[in-house]
Ligand binder design. Structure first.
Ligand code: COA
Length: 204
């Protein structure tokens, strides 16, 4: 489990359902912001919900591309290459996808979750309108691997695809995550003072 690897041992690959347990474990290690913990507390039921979210989307939403960044110099308890980061690019427009989350865990405050996601969806619609774009749904890097370029590999993957296909890109970003996206040409169009950045990148 040692991490003494340099950045060039980090490799970007497609993720599969076999990665779901590691993705969920990483999610809870990375998303430690108090506001997120209020909506998604770290309980056994919530971990099961998180796994079912990722597994369900992988199995039923082929337009959602899950990516993993592994450390080829380190293995986890199962002897698999250690997961350093994961991300999910959604190539569908909101209308094609439908509800982002089909259900909430019983340990989540239902209405608060609905209100958060409704607000994010409205911002996305306000900023992007009907312009075709890809949506960076989630990206997280394990704290042991942060600031080593893992998330950048994931963001770049989607931006390159968007450029090849002549479409835009969008992410609802934490203020902490915003500098990462700015590096790839995203601009914050969110209202001043908002805790969440509504970041868009035009087609090239
Ligand atoms: C945000 C996050 C995904 C960044 O992952 P990462 O693998 O560390 O990112 P990278 O190493 O590719 O960083 C790329 C650039 O992003 C910016 N950046 C990354 N982490 C940063 C931080 N903590 N503070 C300020 N800028 C940061 C920097 O510009 C950085 O470039 P630099 O290291 O050359 O200065 C990671 O910190 C994380 O998982 N945070 C918790 C979950 C989360 O908030 N996810 C994103 C929601 S929008």
């Amino acid at each position: 489990m040692s991490v003494g690897a340099s950045q060039n041992t980090l490799v970007l690959e497609p993720a599969s359902v076999e990665d779901v347990p590691a993705i969920t474990a990483l999610w809870f290690d990375a998303f430690t912001q108090p506001a997120i913990g209020e909506l998604f507390p770290d309980t056994p039921a919530m971990r099961a919900w998180n796994e079912s979210w990722h597994r369900g989307d992988m199995e039923t939403r082929p337009y959602q591309k899950y990516l993993r960044v592994i450390d080829t110099a380190s293995t986890d308890e199962q002897g698999r290459p250690r997961l350093a980061a994961f991300g999910k690019w959604d190539l569908a427009m909101p209308e094609e996808r439908g509800r982002r989350f089909s259900w909430w865990c019983e340990d989540s405050p239902y209405q608060d979750c609905e209100d958060l996601i409704d607000g994010l969806e409205q911002e996305r619609k306000r900023v992007m309108g009907d312009q075709k774009h890809y949506y960076l749904d989630t990206v997280g890097t394990h704290p042991d691997y942060q600031r080593r370029g893992a998330a950048s590999l994931i963001v770049k993957w989607g931006c390159d695809l968007a450029d090849r296909n002549g479409v835009g890109a969008y992410v609802d970003a934490s203020k902490e995550g915003a500098p990462l996206y700015q590096k790839f040409g995203f601009v914050d169009y969110g209202p001043p003072g908002s805790g969440i950045a509504s970041m868009a990148r035009s087609k090239e």
